[in-house]
Design a protein around this ligand. Structure first.
Ligand code: AKG
Ligand code: FE2
Length: 264
């Protein structure tokens, strides 16, 4: 039966793209603590160290051709089922979770998620707030080479270029602890997402500034007004100061699932 209560995720849409949703306070403090205890209670061998962060992979190994599945542990399915039920945006189930840990000066390079995933991603944030930047994918940028030639056949006129640039701006989202960010479709395929490797991150103008700050009162001490020196002079800007680690749970679906090779 389809008559489940399903809050309309569109209510949480932020920014000008129709496909980015930010849900403040998606989980409680107690759920955050439970998740952090489980993440840090996992065997050390579960961590994979990268140059600039470390991560845990849950749900199996993702190959270009699909997922070699492993069951998610119950402490993760409690969250993935909640995301699945409340968003109504995922195919049959969320079967893969990547857990990233960032020290205060760590981030993730602008990237696009791999083709094996269904193009909807839900990112649950724990710990330190952080700013995620979305940048239009360069492959979609109108060609700027032949500026003098722009009236010839096949060229892109300045007007078209300006229109494109106007519709595809770089923007940022402030991710507070216990919030859920969901993005899909255009935001998933036409933009890169990334986090700067910096302890102080400016959130002025973040597309969800109001929604993010309305909540999370207890997280405010990490939000500061910094003195910023810019080329035009000295001015204030609003920034977060990351003093603790951030843990994120990136929850996705891989549609093509291989049969389990081994059963124990
Ligand atoms: O940590 C985050 O918020 C982003 C992680 C991410 O983009 C990824 O795992 O692909
Ligand atoms: Fe990503």
């Amino acid at each position: 039966m389809e008559a489940q209560k399903r809050p309309d995720t569109c209510t949480f849409k932020v920014g000008s793209l129709p496909t980015i949703m930010y849900i403040p306070d998606f989980i409680t403090e107690a759920e955050q603590t439970m998740l952090l205890n489980n993440v840090y209670g996992a065997p050390v061998s579960k961590w994979k160290c990268l140059k600039n962060r470390r991560l845990q992979n849950w749900g199996g190994v993702v190959h270009e051709k699909g997922l070699l599945p492993q069951d998610l542990p119950p402490w993760l399915t409690r969250i993935t089922e909640k995301i699945y039920e409340e968003s109504g945006l995922f195919p049959p189930s969320i079967n893969h979770v990547l857990i990233n840990e960032y020290l205060p000066n760590q981030g993730i390079m602008p990237h696009q998620d791999g083709p094996a995933y269904f193009p909807v991603v839900a990112i649950l944030s724990l710990g330190s707030p952080v700013v995620m930047d979305f940048t239009p994918h360069s492959r979609l940028r109108p060609c700027t080479k032949d500026v003098e030639d722009n009236n010839s056949d096949g060229g892109t006129s300045e007007i078209e270029k300006d229109k494109w640039l106007d519709e595809h701006r770089t923007f940022s989202v402030l991710l507070m602890p216990r919030s859920l960010l969901i993005f899909k479709d255009e935001a998933y395929s036409d933009y890169l997402h990334g986090i700067e490797d910096s302890e102080v991150q400016q959130y002025d103008g973040a597309v969800n500034e109001i929604e993010a700050l309305k909540h999370s009162v207890q997280d405010r001490p990490q939000l500061e007004s910094e003195k910023g020196v810019e080329a035009m002079g000295t001015q204030d800007f609003k920034a977060i100061h990351r003093t603790t680690n951030r843990i994120s749970l990136t929850c996705r679906s891989v549609l093509k699932v291989h049969k389990k090779l081994f059963k124990f």
